[in-house]
Design a protein around this ligand. Structure first.
Ligand code: SF4
Ligand code: MG
Length: 326
């Protein structure tokens, strides 16, 4: 609720003025039990920072985080264990997030031991074997080291480790981005099977809308530290509202060669989060920009399609919606 993360800049960078990177600047969403919410946007939009702030890998600057109604953003670090047990993470790079010197068995056993979830060695072995089955890895893989596996298999180990403490929510931060397309599909299918089986909630952080479409229930689109559109999957992909969402979607190839999708090509780079544009943060790149966008910040509110969108456009029906010349 209203989550913010402003990273202070070293003084002196701005001629002595105090500066901040406004990485996350007031983000609000909820995830239901058994639901997947995807956080999408270009790199640097703040989506990973949201994940890290929820996990308390970084301290949020402002806002609140609740887990099943209980506030968890202000729990002292020394008392984070019960929360850590319930929220786990799978990172992009299984090559660096798995300890190369540990056998797979020990990697998966570690959280079970740390949280004191096995009474003895044989219970621990049973639990690890069960997790290997869940992520569809052969049990004899337990004796091997991460480098002996392919990227996709390593990510299965990462998922088994995330499931090990009996978590309720898994944050997948670009968890399939480094994998080959066919392997991506396998891991996405695995996540969605595990969700059905265990009632897991997933926060799926990705820059790849084509992948998101296959597993998500809802999508939150981020731009420069803010959510600009929040919609269920069907609405977002069929009738996107925000110009930024439309631009992102128009870059996703459509399998049907006869299908037409309006192409919106964005010019210029994402502006710096150190000094974000006034008004609508997207105004420097929006093909539909008009005067009001430069001075007044649009709020996230419900629009005709049923989704939430932060854009002035349909508040002013008399403004002609004609893209400006590129
Ligand atoms: Fe574009 Fe204006 Fe809407 Fe921002 S508020 S997305 S600049 S039309
Ligand atoms: Mg990231």
């Amino acid at each position: 609720n209203g989550l913010k993360k402003h990273f202070p800049l070293k003084s002196g960078l701005f001629g002595g003025k105090k500066g901040y990177v406004y990485a996350v600047d007031g983000v609000t969403f909820a995830i239901d039990k058994g639901e997947t919410l995807s956080l999408v946007g270009e790199s640097g939009c703040g989506k990973s920072t949201v994940g890290k702030a929820i996990l308390r890998l970084i301290e949020p600057t402002a806002g609140e985080v609740f887990l099943a109604g209980e506030r968890i953003d202000n729990i002292p670090i020394s008392q984070l264990r019960p929360m850590r047990r319930r929220i786990q993470v799978v990172f992009q790079d299984p090559f660096s997030s798995l300890n190369p010197r540990q056998r797979v068995r020990d990697i998966i056993a570690e959280p079970i031991v740390n949280f004191g979830l096995a009474a003895n060695g044989s219970e621990l072995d049973d639990r690890v074997a069960e997790l290997m089955d869940k992520v569809q890895l052969p049990r004899d893989a337990m004796k091997r080291f991460p480098h002996e596996f392919s990227g996709g298999q390593r990510q299965r180990v990462g998922i088994a480790r995330a499931l090990a403490p009996g978590s309720d929510i898994i944050i997948c931060d670009e968890a399939v981005s480094a994998l080959d397309v066919s392997v991506k599909a396998q891991i996405v299918n695995l996540l969605s099977d595990l969700q059905d089986e265990l009632g897991l909630s997933l926060l799926f952080i990705s820059h790849d809308l084509a992948i998101v479409e296959h597993l998500t229930h809802r999508v939150a689109v981020m731009y420069l530290g803010k959510i600009v559109e929040l919609a269920d999957r069907r609405t977002l992909f069929a009738t996107p509202h925000h110009p930024y969402t439309k631009a992102l979607l128009s870059a996703v190839p459509v399998p049907d060669p006869t299908a037409k999708r309006q192409r919106i090509i964005l010019h210029g780079d994402v502006p710096s989060p150190i000094n974000p544009p006034s008004g609508c943060r997207f105004h420097t790149r929006c093909p539909f920009v008009f005067d009001r966008c430069r001075s007044e910040e649009p709020q996230l509110r419900r629009v005709a399609g049923g989704q939430m969108s932060a854009c002035h456009l349909d508040e002013v029906p008399d403004v002609a919606v004609i893209p400006k010349a590129a």
